[in-house]
Ligand binder design. Structure first.
Ligand SMILES: [Zn+2]
Length: 326
């Protein structure tokens, strides 16, 4: 029997996927087991300070030993991410805010351009997660693991108090739960679903640009899934709200963890039933239909207006490739 239904494999080639981790979720409450993993000589730590990954400068490394991590002072939270291929335990450690100094902040809403330093440690640098992923300064599996570490540390930093009663929460389950001793509420790390989709009408696809995008870049439309909504409904609503286009069929293509701060991008293609664009100027600076030839030209950096395809690290780039058959 043919298994065509399962023919779609999760493709790599975009960032934050493919961390290849055994997450050991059934063992997280076994404190002795977690302590034993932590003490193993092959255990490694990804270090995050104020939402930024820490790297060594030369050579570029993101994995630290326990001794190297402890040299930076006690971490606030240590999360067991799992065991990597080959068997070495992997933790994410959140350094206290006081461990780093902010020298400058040129953040532009797209890139995190804070200049953070660890005083006295010129051999280390803190780098923006988007830049790490886009430049290839770190190998792709490590980018995926760093993304997970960043999302987890972001969650812990902002869930120190119970959303139910306001009392302090306590770290539990090796970092995959926080507990409130006052009201007994349990809190779990969030992942926020976002639909990202390409509306297509046969020979053309719909792309838009937000004002914060890099100059000349057009990308797929996207938006958060709302409570009570299916993925298909969210795709139809977002395309209609942002561009006034009515779509009917929706096909899932692939997904991508997106640690800004903790989303899961759900990539879809959607069949357009209408052509006239009525743009939401609050969300978009421009939206237009692109022919296949134009889309190819954007990939090959020869579009007559200098327009660019979405960056390679993003799933929007992959959606466009799937539609073009590239
Ligand atoms: Zn509580």
């Amino acid at each position: 029997m043919k298994d065509d239904f399962f023919a779609t494999k999760t493709p790599l080639g975009f960032a934050f996927a493919g961390g290849a981790l055994d997450r050991l979720s059934a063992k997280r409450d076994d404190a002795a087991f977690v302590a034993e993993l932590r003490a193993r000589p092959e255990a490694r730590f990804l270090l995050i300070a104020r939402d930024m990954p820490l790297l060594t400068r030369e050579p570029r490394e993101v994995l630290f030993t326990l001794a190297e991590a402890e040299r930076l002072g006690p971490s606030v939270d240590e999360i067991l991410l799992g065991v990597r291929e080959g068997g070495s335990p992997l933790f994410a450690a959140r350094l206290p805010d006081a461990a780093v100094e902010m020298r400058e902040d040129h953040s532009d809403g797209f890139l995190d351009k804070r200049v953070l330093v660890i005083p006295g440690r010129e051999d280390l640098e803190l780098a923006d997660m988007r830049m790490i992923a886009a430049t290839g300064m770190v190998d792709p599996p490590s980018v995926a693991l760093l993304g997970a570490a960043k999302a987890m540390c972001h969650w812990h930093a902002r869930h120190q108090f119970c959303a139910n009663c306001g009392a302090p929460t306590r770290f539990a389950a090796a970092g995959f739960r926080r507990e409130c001793d006052a009201c007994k509420a349990q809190h779990f790390p969030r992942t926020d679903p976002v639909v990202i989709m390409l509306a297509v009408d046969g020979e053309r696809c719909l792309l838009g640009r937000q004002p914060r995008f890099p100059k000349s870049m057009y990308s797929a439309l996207a938006g958060f899934v709302e409570p009570g909504e299916t993925i298909e409904e969210a795709v139809r609503r977002e395309i209609h709200e942002e561009a006034g286009i009515v779509v009917d069929e929706v096909a899932y293509v692939a997904s991508q963890p997106w640690p800004f701060p903790a989303s899961l991008m759900i990539g879809c293609l959607a069949r357009a039933k209408t052509r006239d664009i009525f743009m939401d100027h609050e969300e978009l600076e421009d939206a237009r239909w692109f022919t296949r030839d134009e889309a190819h030209a954007m990939f090959e950096k020869r579009h007559p207006e200098g327009l660019m395809a979405p960056v390679r690290m993003a799933i929007a780039n992959h959606l466009l490739r799937v539609w073009l058959g590239r």
